[in-house]
Design a protein around this ligand. Structure first.
Ligand SMILES: [Mn+2]
Length: 326
């Protein structure tokens, strides 16, 4: 995970380019959208397009200011970037595209671009984008709003343990530069569609506990999704809910994919000491130590759960043991 470019050099390359294409990761979150549009809005004089293999969800469209601005077929950018995207596979149908510069903060980030910059100490890719724009000496209210949203999104509204004093200083700076803190907070954390509320009901009704309540599991099968009338998109932001329960250290969410029922999306969240990125890496996934994910194949939801729990519970017990030993 060696960086072969500095922030200073990235700033130079962005300043020099008059046209830029920025890729976001599929199943886009606030960080990837805010980081991409933060760069776009900081340089209104440049021709910049942001591309994602999936649609930007309605609740994040306040960041991009529009549902979607399609990139012209004949667009020939001088610079191609990818933000917040740990591996080319996460670019979806753009996985084989050539990338000049990758900017990311995932610990497991791969070096698939010509120039790679990863800072795992950054709470969000938005923090890195902020530093780059600072070097460029540019900021607009729209860019500040997008980057603030990126950082707010990845820190759960500045509540997760990845939030540092520097994160808050950057946020303060972005507020002064025109970020709409209240709107961002409302859109990201206090606004739910009816379908999302149905998804929450499905989660709450289907939590099961293991290891004396230290591990909580939600297995959202296609049958449950049908019963609650929810789609895969509706269940996007629910992975951290089981972790809110007192005593739960490890939260595991398993989601059967509607369009490929033998595939299961695994999300893991931990409270204070289980490194979930290491568990997810066993299934070819990755992420951060307190939030990670993977995708597996299984014959049925029960088999998927058995497979995942076998490793998750082992890792949980080992972490408990290490904690007791230390
Ligand atoms: Mn991120």
């Amino acid at each position: 995970m060696e960086n072969n470019i500095t922030l200073q050099e990235i700033a130079e390359k962005i300043k020099e380019a008059s046209s830029i294409l920025i890729f976001m990761h599929r199943r886009p979150d606030g960080d990837t959208v805010g980081s991409a549009y933060g760069i776009k809005y900081a340089f209104p004089e440049k021709q910049i397009y942001c591309l994602c293999a999936d649609d930007i969800p309605t609740r994040l469209q306040f960041i991009s200011k529009a549902p979607y601005e399609s990139c012209p077929e004949d667009f020939e950018p001088e610079l191609i970037m990818a933000v917040d995207t740990a591996s080319p596979g996460l670019l979806g149908r753009f996985a084989d595209e050539y990338i000049d510069i990758k900017i990311d903060h995932h610990e497991t980030s791969e070096n698939y671009a010509e120039y790679n910059y990863t800072d795992p100490t950054a709470a969000a890719t938005g923090e890195i984008v902020y530093s780059i724009l600072k070097i460029c000496g540019v900021m607009t209210p729209e860019a500040a709003n997008a980057i603030y949203s990126a950082i707010s999104s990845d820190t759960g509204g500045f509540r997760y343990s990845n939030t540092t004093a520097n994160t808050l200083r950057i946020a303060a700076d972005l507020c002064e530069a025109g970020a709409d803190m209240a709107e961002c907070c409302h859109m990201l954390f206090e606004s739910r569609t009816q379908a999302e509320v149905r998804a929450l009901s499905a989660v709450y009704a289907n939590i099961r506990y293991f290891e004396n309540g230290g591990v909580a599991v939600v297995n959202l099968t296609n049958e449950i999704k049908k019963r609650y009338n929810i789609t895969d998109d509706d269940v996007g932001e629910i992975s951290s809910i089981p972790r809110e329960i007192e005593g739960v250290e490890l939260a595991v969410t398993i989601r059967q994919l509607s369009n490929s029922p033998d595939r299961y999306k695994i999300s893991m969240r931990s409270g204070r000491y289980v490194d979930v990125d290491k568990i997810c890496a066993l299934f070819g996934g990755g992420g951060h130590s307190r939030a990670a994910g993977a995708e597996i194949s299984a014959q049925n939801p029960q088999q998927a759960e058995r497979t995942v729990l076998k490793y998750a519970i082992d890792a949980y017990r080992n972490s408990i043991k290490q904690k007791e030993d230390s």
